[in-house]
Design a protein around this ligand. Structure first.
Ligand SMILES: [Zn+2]
Ligand SMILES: [Zn+2]
Length: 292
């Protein structure tokens, strides 16, 4: 029998909380000051938030001066100048925006944080971060498979194409959904990450995200993810269709409803699920892998 590995170890003793890792304020080109942004997300029921201003570090110096309204605030930065934009999640300092982005990822990892490639399909050539560059880098956690703000700009807010190509090459990288909010309303609550945590702290949220114990969403909720031997079951109460995909983005099973059960195909090197809801809402699980 095959051994399936995945980030959703038995989900017990904790809770799902949602958060956004890509948020701008007036410290760079966002339109609202820090406290206003934090209050807005807290009011919407978010459990965690990372401020990611362009080449500006946000950490306890800034966070300690405001009221978090119970949210976990993660130190962060969007590495911006000199190349494709990257999130520095759980930033310990401002990492210089080295044009050699591998140096940035290496520095981020050395400081106990992790990097995420932002909006890869932004711009008219869908080319903000070309696939070949991403494929050369190591030591980053994943990429934004959805970036809400790109929905009103050239290119595509989605990047599951590049994600599937990386996964098909055997890379174990996670898919993130973020707002990249600059404006109030138009940019807020478009995409988020729902992490399974055992406590509400920076360490617990960062650990869950780094390990892939989360799913990305634009409105569909996943209630259960279960693995038994080679069988994977996903339940998403407000999904109208659930699709199972393998390399390279090939859809091998689907169900019109809120629950799917599949056997890990013999020819698959990874499997992931997309749960589609009404309008343009979805949820994306992280990938499941086969060992050996
Ligand atoms: Zn950006
Ligand atoms: Zn941004």
């Amino acid at each position: 029998m095959k051994t399936i590995t995945h980030p959703y170890q038995p989900l017990s003793g904790g809770e799902w909380i949602r958060g956004n890792l890509h948020t701008h304020t007036t410290a760079s080109d966002g339109s609202r000051p820090l406290q206003e942004v934090v209050t807005d997300y807290a009011r919407r029921g978010y459990g965690f938030l990372m401020i990611s201003d362009h080449d500006v570090f946000s950490g306890s110096n800034e966070y300690d001066r405001i009221d978090p309204h119970g949210m976990v605030l993660i130190p962060g930065n969007e590495v911006t100048a000199n190349g494709p934009h990257l999130l520095h999640v759980n930033a310990d300092r401002l990492v210089a925006p080295d044009p050699l982005r591998q140096n940035v990822f290496t520095a981020i990892a050395a400081g106990g944080g992790f990097g995420v490639v932002n909006h890869p399909n932004w711009q008219s050539g869908f080319s903000h971060c070309p696939f070949d560059r991403m494929a050369e880098w190591v030591d980053f956690a994943g990429l934004e498979i959805y970036n809400g703000t790109i929905g009103r700009l050239d290119g595509s807010p989605y990047a599951t194409d590049k994600w599937d190509r990386l996964l098909a090459q055997g890379r174990r990288v996670w898919g993130f959904a973020n707002d990249d909010s600059h404006l109030p309303e138009a940019d807020v609550e478009l995409g988020w990450n729902v992490a399974y945590v055992r406590e509400r702290s920076v360490d617990a949220v960062v650990e869950a995200l780094g390990a892939g114990r989360f799913y990305a969403s634009t409105g569909v909720e996943i209630e259960a993810i279960e693995v038994e031997g080679e069988t994977i079951r996903v339940r998403a109460p407000n999904a109208a269709r659930i699709v199972a995909l393998m390399q390279t983005g090939r859809r091998f099973a689907q169900t019109d409803g809120s629950e799917i059960e599949v056997m890990f195909p013999d020819s698959a090197s990874y499997v992931r699920f997309e749960c589609w809801g009404t309008g343009e809402t979805s949820a994306w699980t992280q990938p499941f892998f086969v060992e050996g």
